[in-house]
Design a protein around this ligand. Structure first.
Ligand code: APR
Length: 356
């Protein structure tokens, strides 16, 4: 998953690099700086002494020593002085220069604390917005295939959009409670249903006879009669979804075409890493997780009924007895397809994030 928000202690993470919210001396301090030096051991300070400090917004790298991480990227965030001294620009630079340095060291994964959101007093909601938007801009660049984690050490420093939080809370209250006893029709235990189909699009490399495909696929989910009925009956969903005989991966590729998207644009928007997408593209019977299907539904900006049809193809359904589903349903119903906002909301409500 290219972008992930996680709770925990950054010094414990097994990633290629962790980022230290240091001060310009690079000679240690409190907060995450102190924690990293303690965990890395005295050799970290010895190497830091050779770096001659670091300017605010810039970044320098050392070995990780006793840390699980291979590298420590030391950056210095701005001290908050009211917001009119270029603090935002300096904070963005701290994140971006750290990401560029991680790329230079060929890191596949890098973890950030909330830079400047502690001792340096940057307002937490604004610090989160700068962090997420700067990381997103970096990951949206075609050549940047890295896993970036934003580590929330104490929940108090995660200040999600208050207005959106209360809107979603209201939606959960109305939807989630009223349906609690009603489980999902298909449930999450349903297996993927993969049909081969005849399709005229460029994706027909998987085309197989419908009978051969149905005979060959294992059906364990109780929803089989329902799905077979749907497969037999004509479907009024958009052209891209109309052919219910298609497998999940065939439909996904056809939907990407029908939306005029590039593959990379779609999987990046879905917070899906490139390797997983290649696997989906090359395997007609790929069995996606529900999170993966939902992530692509968001990236393709499907409406609720299209999302339901897309989920059903993979043997899943939106369930009002699942809080994460209710939260994603809120965003789709309000046509808010911003994956970063959705994942911040899921994190705020202690739910698994979308993507893979
Ligand atoms: N893992 C992850 N995040 C952590 C950890 C940890 N072990 N410890 C603290 N944090 C979080 C804090 O909760 C905060 O959200 O790191 C964020 C940044 O807080 P600070 O460490 O205070 O860093 P900052 O606000 O950038 O101030 C930097 O503080 O420690 C000194 O030497 C440092 O002078 C520099 C200043």
């Amino acid at each position: 998953m290219p972008f992930r928000i996680v709770s925990g202690d950054i010094t414990k993470l097994h990633v290629d690099a962790i980022v230290n919210a240091a001060n310009t001396s690079l000679l240690g301090g409190g907060g995450v700086d102190g924690a990293i030096h303690r965990a890395a051991g005295p050799r970290l300070l010895e190497e830091c002494r050779t770096l001659n400090g670091c300017r605010t917004g810039e970044a320098k790298v050392t070995q990780g020593y006793d840390l699980p991480a291979k590298y420590v990227i030391h950056t210095v965030g701005p001290i908050w002085q009211g917001g009119h001294r270029g603090e935002e620009e300096l904070l963005r630079s701290a994140y971006r220069n750290s990401l560029l340095l991680a790329r230079e060291k060929h890191c596949e994964s890098v973890a950030f604390p909330m830079i400047s959101a502690g001792v340096y007093g940057y307002p937490k909601e604004q610090a989160l917005e700068v962090a997420v938007s700067t990381i997103r801009a970096f990951l949206d660049e075609e050549e940047n295939d890295m896993e970036v984690l934003l580590v929330i050490f104490d929940r108090g420093s995660f200040r999600f959009d208050v207005h959106l939080y209360s809107e979603i809370s209201g939606y959960i209250r109305n939807t989630y409670d009223e349906e609690k006893e009603r489980g999902s029709i298909l449930g999450d235990a349903a297996k993927t249903v993969a049909f081969g189909g005849v399709s005229g699009s460029r994706r027909s490399i998987f085309a197989r006879s419908k009978k051969e495909a149905i005979d060959s696929c294992e059906m364990e989910c109780s929803a089989m009669p329902e799905l077979m009925a749907a497969a037999a009956a004509p479907n009024d969903l958009k052209a891209a979804l109309e052919n219910l005989d298609e497998s999940f991966s065939q439909s996904l590729l056809r939907l990407i075409d029908s939306k005029g998207m590039k593959d990379s644009e779609c999987y990046k928007k879905a917070n899906i890493d490139r390797k997983l997408f290649s696997k989906i593209r090359s395997d007609v019977n790929y069995r996606p997780s529900k999170q993966t299907v939902l992530a692509f539904a968001v990236a393709l900006e499907l409406d609720l009924s299209e999302t339901e049809a897309f989920l059903k193809k993979a043997g899943f359904a939106l369930s009002h007895s699942n809080k994460a589903d209710v939260i994603v349903e809120y965003f789709i119903a309000n046509r808010n397809y911003d994956m970063y906002s959705i994942n911040q909301a899921l994190f705020a409500f202690d739910q698994n994030l979308l993507g893979a």
